[in-house]
Design a protein around this ligand. Structure first.
Ligand SMILES: [Zn+2]
Length: 332
């Protein structure tokens, strides 16, 4: 009998925004921590990911990029691939800092950028910027010229300014609705720009906590699955019991799986992508739509070719096998 009867074979999931998992933090845990994280992600259907550095100092950023590079060169472990880094900052203003450490924020310039990424520029695949920070609008074409995906987030910018950033080459908005003002019909802001501009894709955290199920459907209906990239934005508490954790060096309390700063604001998440797959289906979308939002759209944003990367899920949408570069790395 076919073991995989009634299973779905999908393109493997690609998480372009994730800060940690299973007790490992992208900024502080070093190469071994990143490997552990990569192995745990594979068990949840992820074939590739962008370890995401929340606004950090030059020293912290360099340490994290150096750690990623080491893991990217390591061929002999059974984990999700590190596609490259996502820098969530530091070119931002304080108004919508969210869980980011605003003391690390900086104005954008080629000079500071070269210091920040040092010899590791070629592994940076995505940068979240706030178009209101000094120098950012001029800096977007520079990043785009290096084939780096630029996404708008943590911003109080009006819709016109976001549209201008998109005209300059930004391709998306970072975790839509979070770390930005809500949409008002006379002041549509970043959400209105993202939903109305056909050149703008949207990162969406589908843990049903950061964005309500109905608001998530607004995004999917307005944009179509081909313009929605589901991300986790998870921190090291993903896959761990409730307790106190860190997000790039900041304290995060986790209660009932909700990660919050001591003052109460949501600070990243604890979700894995296989749960987000089940959430997509719960919203009433098809498995093909889920594959688009969890695998194809995010891969296209960071130009990741994943021809031989698959996840096989059973009819209850639990991961039963993960194949990366044609090789099985996980099987139940
Ligand atoms: Zn984040």
């Amino acid at each position: 009998m076919n073991k995989y009867k009634d299973c779905y074979k999908l393109k493997g999931f690609v998480d372009i925004h994730i800060h940690g998992a299973v007790g490992q933090d992208v900024v502080t845990s070093g190469p071994n921590g990143l490997q552990k994280m990569a192995e745990s992600l594979a068990r949840h259907g992820v074939v590739g990911f962008l370890p995401t550095i929340p606004a950090s100092s030059v020293e912290e950023t360099i340490f994290s990029l150096e750690s990623m590079k080491k893991v990217m060169e390591e061929k002999s472990f059974n984990g999700a691939k590190i596609i490259g880094a996502h820098l969530e900052g530091p070119f931002m203003k304080e108004a919508y800092k969210g869980a980011l450490d605003y003391t690390k924020f900086a104005s954008a310039s080629v000079e500071y950028w070269e210091k920040l990424v040092g010899e590791y520029e070629n592994i940076v695949r995505r940068v979240t910027v706030d178009p209101l920070q000094d120098g950012v609008l001029d800096f977007i074409p520079y990043l785009v010229s290096k084939s780096i995906s630029v996404t708008i987030g943590h911003t109080a910018a009006d819709a016109e300014t976001v549209n201008k950033a998109i005209e300059l080459g930004a391709d998306s908005i970072t975790h839509i609705f979070n770390a930005m003002p809500p949409m008002h019909h006379r002041n549509p802001g970043p959400v209105g720009a993202a939903l109305s501009n056909r050149k703008c894709k949207c990162e969406l955290i589908l843990d049903f906590l950061h964005v309500s199920p109905i608001a998530a459907k607004v995004v999917i209906e307005a944009k179509g699955p081909e313009n929605v990239a589901i991300v986790t934005d998870s921190c090291e508490a993903a896959g761990m019991p409730d307790g106190d954790y860190e997000l790039g060096g900041r304290l995060v309390h986790v209660r009932n799986g909700e990660a919050r700063l001591p003052e109460g604001n949501l600070a990243s998440s604890t979700v894995f992508m296989d749960q987000e797959l089940r959430n997509v289906i719960e919203l009433g979308y098809s498995i093909e739509n889920a594959e688009t939002m969890l695998a194809k759209t995010p891969a296209s944003l960071v130009s990741y070719e994943h021809d031989e990367d698959y996840v096989i899920v059973d009819k209850d949408l639990n991961v039963v096998e993960v194949i990366i570069s044609g090789k099985t790395v996980y099987r139940v």
